[in-house]
Write a protein that binds this ligand. Structure first.
Ligand SMILES: *Cc1c(COP(=O)(O)O)cnc(C)c1O
Length: 436
């Protein structure tokens, strides 16, 4: 399959190039040349398949023969090495728990698949592939853990010193091996700026094979479709199925829309956001107005200019009425989010994290209009990742899972860095030495 750029349909590249480059020229995003459609018969027997088998079928539809089948099977089963259970928390309301991976957030799916696909393509390179990632917390941990021990790759995580939680920091500073954490004396924006500047530095790019692992990489998008199919296959009722997706950059939701285009019988999607309501506003007004993000308790969704928006409208050839037919959008305040966390905990004994709570709220709002709905909301993070706000809201203590505790025992190792491009460049240059 070929992949084209959202800002130039004529610029079409192989999977390999799309994954290695990440971004198309002029900030375009890569899209599949055509969305493969599965036959209706596939959905009749899908419930007999395992998560990993379903994921392989979906991956193969995009990857085709660009990666040998056996290798792809291995990549998929390494990605799906943990379950994504559906938990019915109220009648016809299901929580799809996507937090059972190593860093307890749904980003593990994308990061694990991408790291291995990139690792496969990197093996053909002479130079080590250097992945630069700026993080405000969660992306860094998912990417670092995904790439840990992947041959031919090195990950450099840049993060703002003192501005991420201890749990987040430990998840990418204790790994060692091919993972290096740069502790930047500055803000997240400084980190992002340093990375951007490195990508556009020609001298540096001649010496080093640099790539990015941010959420717009196609290899992070594809695996996020897997669990829509899997969840649907496990639902006891398959009529009027609606997914509510707590969203920030809208990669997760875009993957759901792709699943629907592939033939998955889903009635409707809900774009659930916090106060950063750019997409709900777009759905209400047809006007897309990005603006600076505001801080909320669901901070992984504090995005003012959602990067996958271009993909969403591209999927529907920018046809606003088509988009409205499949997608509704609602936004919620922190107060509403906390109230939902509280009521679900008191009435159902189920602990929502703030992101999942936003998804739950969107679903409830939709169901108040369409009561026959069988609704699934995506629970994108384990509540212990947002321990403080969850404990304060629920007035109860929550357990940290074992796999998170392991990180806390590790020793933090970082390289301190001024928020200054020359220092960063000098650091990167030292990486070139042993390979020349
Ligand atoms: C990244 C993230 C989101 C938002 O996902 P997008 O694909 O950017 O819309 C939601 N919840 C959590 C916990 C996240 O880490």
């Amino acid at each position: 399959m070929k992949f084209y750029s959202t800002n130039n349909p004529l610029h079409s590249v192989s999977l390999r190039e799309a994954v290695i480059k990440g971004l198309a020229p002029g900030q375009g995003l890569f899209m599949p040349g055509q969305i493969p459609v599965l036959p209706a018969s596939y959905f009749k027997s899908i419930h007999e398949k395992s998560f990993s088998q379903i994921a392989f079928d979906i991956a193969r539809a995009f990857v085709e023969d660009d990666i040998p089948q056996d290798r792809l099977k291995e990549i998929v089963s390494n990605t799906i090495s943990f379950d994504a259970p559906l938990v019915e928390i109220e009648k016809n309301i299901f929580s799809l728990e996507l937090f059972h991976g190593p860093t307890l957030a749904f980003k593990d799916f994308g990061a694990r698949f991408m790291s291995q696909v990139l690792g496969y393509f990197a093996a053909e390179q002479k130079k080590e592939v250097i992945i630069l990632v700026a993080t405000s917390g969660d992306t860094g941990s998912a990417v670092a853990n995904g790439f840990l021990d992947v041959k031919g790759t090195r990950v450099i995580v840049l993060y703002p010193s003192g501005k991420v939680s201890e749990i987040q920091e430990k998840q990418f500073t204790t790994l060692g091996k091919n993972i290096t954490a740069l502790e930047v004396d500055g803000t997240f924006d400084n980190c992002q700026q340093l990375v951007k500047q490195a990508f556009s530095d020609e001298e540096l790019n001649q010496k080093l094979f640099l790539t990015s692992a941010n959420s717009i990489n196609l290899a992070r998008l594809i695996p996020q479709s897997f669990y829509y199919f899997y969840a649907w296959s496990r639902l006891p009722k398959k009529e009027h199925v609606v997914f509510s997706v707590p969203s920030g950059n809208f990669g997760n939701l875009t993957a759901g829309l792709i699943a629907e285009k592939m033939g998955l019988p889903i009635d409707h999607f809900i774009a659930s956001t916090n106060r950063n309501d750019i997409v709900p506003n777009y759905l209400a007004s047809s006007q897309f107005h990005p603006r600076p993000s505001v801080e909320t308790i669901s901070n992984a969704m504090d995005v003012g200019n959602p990067s996958n928006f271009a993909r969403m409208i591209d999927l529907f050839q920018n046809n606003f009425s088509e988009i409205k037919r499949i997608l509704s959008g609602y936004s919620f305040s922190d107060e509403e989010t906390k109230a939902a966390m509280k009521s679900v905990f008191t009435q159902r004994k189920y602990v929502l994290d703030p992101h999942g709570a936003v998804g739950y709220l969107g679903l409830k709002k939709y169901i108040s209009q369409y009561p026959e709905t069988v609704g699934v909301f995506l629970e994108t993070a384990h509540p212990s990742k947002f321990k403080e706000v969850v404990e304060e809201t629920l007035s109860t203590e929550i357990q940290i899972p074992e796999r998170l505790k392991i990180f806390l025992q590790g020793e933090k190792q970082t390289v301190p860095l001024e928020a200054d491009y020359n220092s960063f460049k000098n650091f990167l240059k030292t990486l070139a030495l042993p390979h020349e």
